[in-house]
Design a binder for this molecule. Structure first.
Ligand code: MN
Length: 198
């Protein structure tokens, strides 16, 4: 786990940013977690992260998740993040990698949906290696199946699977913009940081 996070650590100065420094050990939760963090860096995007093999596999989704199975949302793979990162909400300081406010847009647990032809589950790390992930997400804002399919290099597509939660009308990215944890907007998080409240 530590070795996998070397890129994450290399990009950050933990004496300057309040983002979590990876720990060596962590108790494993019963169900794997996911988090979607709204991050206003150079460009606004949504960091979609899934716990796989003790780290958070991460993709930056410029438009955020859709509820419509017709949409194919670009998801650019980024470096693995430590599990503790799922709890990070705050401001990455100027001059640091990814500088800007971050809020926890949605979080919860997920179930792996991918099965082989005989109906036997394929484990998540294998799905990742085979470049096709299918998960059932249980969040505060979004619930249901999502597929991540690798296209080329670091480019994947995040696609809503067809299920009872699919909708061509609902757009929680727009209708529910605030933090699922604190209820704050990115602007509030930014302002509080400037005034030293965080
Ligand atoms: Mn980001």
């Amino acid at each position: 786990m530590i070795k996998k996070l070397s890129e994450y650590k290399k990009k950050r100065d933990f004496s300057k940013t309040t983002e979590p420094k990876p720990k060596t050990k962590r108790k494993k939760p019963k169900e794997p977690i996911f988090v979607i963090q709204k991050h206003d860096a150079t460009r606004l995007h949504y960091d979609f992260r899934l716990e796989i093999d003790g780290t958070l596999k991460s993709w930056a989704v410029p438009k955020g998740p859709s509820m419509n199975p017709q949409d194919k949302r670009l998801a650019i793979e980024t470096e693995d993040h430590p599990l503790e990162y799922a709890e990070f909400e705050g401001v990455i300081p100027k001059g640091q990698y990814g500088a800007g406010p971050v809020l926890i847009w949605d979080y919860g647990t997920y179930k792996n949906l991918k099965k082989d032809r005989k109906g036997k589950p394929i484990d998540m790390s294998q799905c990742y290696t085979e470049e096709r992930i299918e998960v059932w997400i249980e969040g505060k804002k979004i619930t249901g199946g999502y597929a991540l399919i690798k296209m080329a290099d670091k480019n994947w597509l995040l696609i809503k699977m067809k299920d009872e939660h699919a909708s061509a009308r609902k757009n929680p990215v727009i209708s529910q913009p605030k933090s699922a944890v604190s209820g704050k907007t990115l602007k509030q998080i930014s302002n509080e940081s400037k005034h030293g409240n965080l």
